[in-house]
Design a protein around this ligand. Structure first.
Ligand code: KG4
Ligand code: ZN
Length: 324
């Protein structure tokens, strides 16, 4: 089954053609990061207009790269939410229109489910498994009991992990989105240079605002020129990865499930991936999406359309939604 997926929920316009949910024939991503950099974050109105500018070209390229004609597609899919409404509408309407023109089903996809399903691409992962989803907008632990069943076990009370990365990066004068750069700097620093606190929260909660404040206090003790950026990045990254893996293991034990996965933009983080690799020596089966499928992309949307579509009688009536 060939599915064309479209993703336009935030600042990446992407189209992909995926076979049977696991084999990517094409995945074209046009990022707006450089446009939003000067504003220090994503400007929704600007993002929506940029999606409009790039969507036709991105979809055309997805067909060309896969060497597939539109009438060979079995279903057209798109992210329906959560995300920025004006942005979502672009991908959603293009996908619905294609489905009407070519008389094939439209499939709506939840962006968070899609991040989780990025783990199925080019992999042998089968449910049940527990997934740590960490992106710019969400931090959750999810129990994937079956392909179509995702249950949230824990989520953040305040900032998402990617958001904290971007805010800490800004404290260190690194432009938006700072996660990747902070990760690179962390690899050059000492993980034990600073002792940052882990939040004391309930089993089904995360909280990162205290950690953010602790980093801010430390940064304020230095002049910008003398700031030990690498050490701060490494110590911050150590605390975050420790907290996340600890909670993942807590639920692994509780549900007696030793298959674990990562998802979301922060799943690209080197320390988090390293810690997941280390778990393999302790009898766990661990998975993480290939780097290019961690941050927003349409391959994960097409994969999710195959494995875990939004269930509804008439998908063409699905409307974009901003929050989960
Ligand atoms: O999933 P994503 O592309 O967009 C959302 O749905 O939010 O995630 C983007 C987030 C940004 O906050 C970015 O800084 C973070 O993922 N990120 C990273 C890394 N790569 C991307 N954070 C830490 N380490 C990384 N290597
Ligand atoms: Zn995302």
């Amino acid at each position: 089954m060939l599915i064309l997926g479209i993703e336009s929920s935030c600042d990446e316009t992407s189209a992909a053609i995926v076979k049977d949910g696991r084999e990517v024939l094409s995945n074209i991503v046009s990022t707006q990061i450089d446009i939003h950099k000067k504003f220090g974050g994503v400007v929704p109105e600007v993002a929506a207009r940029e999606h409009l500018n790039s969507i036709n070209l991105v979809v055309k390229e997805a067909f060309e790269k896969a060497n597939v004609k539109p009438d060979m597609i079995d279903a057209f899919a798109s992210t329906v939410g959560p995300g920025l409404l004006g942005c979502l509408l672009v991908g959603l309407n293009v996908s619905k229109t294609l489905s009407i023109i070519y008389n094939k089903p439209f499939i709506g996809v939840n962006h968070l489910n899609a991040h989780v399903d990025a783990n199925f691409i080019d992999s042998d992962l089968v449910p049940p498994f527990i997934c740590l989803l960490v992106s710019g907008g969400h931090s959750q632990i999810i129990y994937v009991k079956d392909y179509g069943s995702q249950q949230i076990l824990a989520q953040t009370l305040d900032d998402a992990v990617g958001e904290v990365y971007d805010k800490v990066a800004r404290l260190c004068n690194i432009p938006y989105p700072g996660g990747v750069m902070l990760d690179k700097m962390a690899r050059l620093g000492a993980r034990d240079a600073f002792c940052f606190p882990e939040a004391k929260v309930k089993e089904d909660e995360f909280s990162f605002s205290g950690l953010k404040t602790a980093v801010l206090r430390q940064v304020q003790k230095f002049n910008q020129d003398d700031l030990p950026k690498n050490d701060i990045a490494a110590s911050f990254q150590e605390t975050i990865s420790k907290t996340l893996i600890k909670k993942l293991l807590y639920f692994s034990k509780k549900l007696n499930c030793k298959t674990l996965a990562l998802a979301g933009g922060v799943a690209a983080n080197s320390r988090l991936r390293e810690r997941m690799e280390e778990l393999k020596n302790q009898g766990y089966k661990t998975y993480a999406p290939i780097l290019k499928y961690c941050t927003d992309n349409a391959a994960m949307v097409a994969s999710c359309a195959y494995f875990n579509p939004i269930k509804t009688d008439d998908p063409l009536l699905l409307e974009a939604f901003s929050r989960d």
